[in-house]
Design a protein around this ligand. Sequence first.
Ligand code: FPP
Length: 247
Amino acid sequence: MSLIEKIDKTRVPKHVAIIMDGNGRWAKSRGKLRLSGHQEGAKSVKTAIEVCGELGIKYLTVYAFSTENWNRPKNEVSGLMNLLVSSVDREINEINELGIRIQVIGEMKKLPDNVRKKLQDAIETTKNNKKLTFIVALSYSGRWDILNAAKSIARDAKENLIDPSEISYELFESYLATAGTPDPELLIRTSGEERISNFLLYQTAYSEFYFTDVLWPDFSKEAFYEAILDYQNRERRFGKTSEQLTK
Ligand code: FPP
């Protein structure tokens, strides 16, 4: 039986989030520049999108650039920005034809004008697509997201648009960058690191974490299937006991 046949299609996660790590090490081990690792990593993004289509996963969020990544060498930052623009240019027609909606979470105002414009166009072009929502976290950090939501809530409370006593989880979530998106049931991190690195801090409260030593450029369809199978073998209890779940 092949890996994909082992997957129970009725129990795939709705939302998978991925920390794509290891591009630099992949390049270094081949004596290549870091940027070629990112280029190869962009191919794995495409592969991951294909798997979501095959399995019926409705939301895929990838951590493409963290708030902290602005501190990387200038040429790596500009190389990553150019890679984003060229990836959108190359793939946008196919993405649209496949019914994929693009969204971006993060401090878009920090992005160079051409990158922001390119992404805004892609978001607009694909906004009515329903098959898969592909969310790119760019200049994103979980603490920024929570702080930003708190600031917006405080502002709206000050303007009497909301009453502080009515601030519920639901209301708070509507102020997060991920408003309208269900929390990820599965968070994958590649390359052997086992940290959340300021990714979706609020949204991963009950996510299953899956760590693999595979470097992101090597993250194949089979590697993704393995992660889904591992997820399907876990019991998600949300604080309850096993006995309560079987009742
Ligand atoms: C982490 O590897 C990877 C990144 C910071 C960039 C991820 C970006 C892409 C895969 C580019 C394409 C994205 C899209 C959405 C088209 P690392 O550089 O931290 O690797 P290292 O830990 O081995 O140095």
